[in-house]
Design a protein around this ligand. Sequence first.
Ligand code: UT7
Length: 335
Amino acid sequence: MEGIKVNQIGVSFKGIGSYVPDQVLTNQKISQKVDTSDEWIKSRTGISERRISRLEDNVTEMGYEAALNAIEMANWDIKTIDLIVLATSTPNDLFGSAPSIQAKLGAYNAVAFDLTAACSGFLFALITATQFLKGGSFKRAIVIGADQLSSFVDWNDRRSCILFGDGAGALAVEATNEFDNFIGFDMRTDGERGSFLNLPSTNNKDSIIDNIDFLSGGFSPIQMNGQEVYKFAVREVPIILEKLFRNTNYSSDEVDWLVLHQANQRILDSVGDRLKIPREKILSNLEKYGNTSAATIPLMMDEAIRNNRIKHNDIIATSGFGAGLSWGAALIKWG
Ligand code: UT7
């Protein structure tokens, strides 16, 4: 890792990739498990189906596949990668899954670590990585969002189990002293409202030896107050994006694409309406994948870039939001 030290001004986006498990869970299939219907789920969320991990699709495997796709698009020698940041809330190793992705890639010169911020995770990881690049410490970074929420969903809770799916996405970002395609960002946390969406640890008391207790580790399924999370998202996301537009001297008219965390089609439409961004500029693939937590934003961007919808120099306004509560926004130019 040598970094670049002179005239450091910005970053450019060199590659993108994604991965989803091949196991498909349709609304129709869910309605055989809980009291719901394809019609209810589609009209309330926009989701038709989601992908569910098999044994071989853990966060390391999904993140690795997504990263490899991004590296191939960037055409990078793997040994030149300096930094890997993995946004995940569901690592297959609580000590971190990023190192196992680094090893699988053979990216031996990269420092690799996990970052947890639930559905805001990818955006927070992207912001973190760009600060290292702009500061001159590192030259090439892979930012990954990968989650396997299917392992933590209560599959008997119809109010939440319909929303989530598994997947991964990754972005290859490079420091450059020629221009800056990371135009601006903002991020927020409100822990006071954290109880609206949790994946809490369980505290089962056990005993090591006489009079010395310990709490065995484990997690209880996702607990969500859907209405409160919905209200939070449709209120805070337009506010943070409007502030970002003001601070960067951009207007919503100049945005080519709005790429929001894929939580609910009604949230996407409502945010777009408030910002006066027309529906054709709001990217959505919720129908196929549901809410894949930290993976949604790069998964959506990968699809749109490979389909040639997002083109070189297009302006993308993006926002992640969710548990914490946490939320953030970034304005980027693709390329
Ligand atoms: O990354 C962030 C992750 N979280 C979110 O994005 C959650 C944001 N919130 C939402 O997307 C929506 O609140 C939900 C999709 C979760 C729920 O939609 P809603 O329009 O807010 O429904 P609701 O909770 O107000 O429930 C309305 C009715 C209730 O019945 P009653 O009490 O009116 O008789 C629910 O019991 O719909 C019922 N209901 C369902 N019915 C059929 C709740 N879930 C279901 C279901 N199928 N799956």
